[in-house]
Design a protein around this ligand. Structure first.
Ligand SMILES: C[S@@+](CC[C@H](N)C(=O)[O-])C[C@H]1O[C@@H](n2cnc3c(N)ncnc32)[C@H](O)[C@@H]1O
Length: 226
């Protein structure tokens, strides 16, 4: 497999902040609508199987469940134990939503998969484009892959939004105790996100490209070509 993360640090970080992260993930204005849109961009049919890579506390899982119905299957994969426990608790009412601990770059999946969703994850991977390639291969031709990520805004009101965005990235990029970075983390994040979205566009025949939440969140969804 082609991608990995600086696993331990990220896992410790998200494990420690699981509750707070969950609050932000579910309650930030604009984010619930984005999650609904991302689930719709997976173009799922009832009975389909969808895998969410790096599902975190599971904020997308109910929206995916809505798309596949009770006869479909939703699998959430994350490598951070405490985060995943929260996802498990919050989806316990559905018997067709499963969460599994594993690496999104080597997903523990053996069934046929119709769509893959990854929101706010590729920026944490060492080789985001390689991971997108693997996810495209997993769903195969006619399957869908959808990415949503926060990156700096290109809108006219960008300067203040980007300043806030940069502060959030610096504060939330593990390890937070490190106050000086050799490369600005928001620039590194931007280039990883660009690479992942560009690879998805290359691999797709039909593409949805949208921006949300003041232009800070980019959503790319693609139907994979032959
Ligand atoms: C910013 S959170 C996003 C969570 C969720 N997708 C959401 O939209 O709220 C990133 C998540 O990706 C997980 N993650 C990062 N790299 C991973 C990897 N290689 N394998 C599995 N999970 C990973 C982290 O544990 C964390 O829960």
């Amino acid at each position: 497999m082609s991608a990995s993360t600086s696993g331990e640090t990220a896992q410790e970080f998200y494990g420690r902040w699981a509750r707070l992260y969950d609050l932000i993930a579910r309650r930030t204005p604009g984010i619930p609508a984005l999650r609904q849109r991302a689930a719709a961009a997976c173009r799922l049919e009832r009975g389909d199987t969808v895998v969410e890579m790096g599902c975190g506390t599971g904020a997308n899982l109910p929206y995916l469940r809505e798309q596949v119905g009770p006869e479909g299957t939703v699998v959430g994969i994350d490598f951070t134990g405490p985060i995943l426990e929260r996802a498990r608790d919050l989806t316990a009412e559905y018997d067709n939503v499963h969460v599994a601990r594993g690496d999104a770059t080597q997903p523990p999946v053996d069934e046929d998969v119709d769509a893959v969703l990854a929101t706010f994850v590729v920026g944490m991977l060492e080789d985001p484009a390689g991971a997108v390639d693997d996810w495209c291969d997993l769903v195969g031709p006619e399957g869908h892959v959808v990415l949503a990520n926060a990156a700096r805004s290109d809108e006219w009101y960008a300067p203040p939004v980007n300043t806030v965005f940069r502060a959030i990235v610096v504060l939330s990029t593990p390890p937070t105790t490190k106050l000086r970075y050799e490369n600005d983390p928001h620039l590194r994040l931007d280039s990883k996100i660009d690479a992942a979205h560009a690879r998805l566009r290359e691999r797709s025949r039909a593409v949805a490209d949208e921006s949300h939440v003041f232009g800070v969140v980019r959503l790319t969804g693609g139907r994979i070509g032959p």
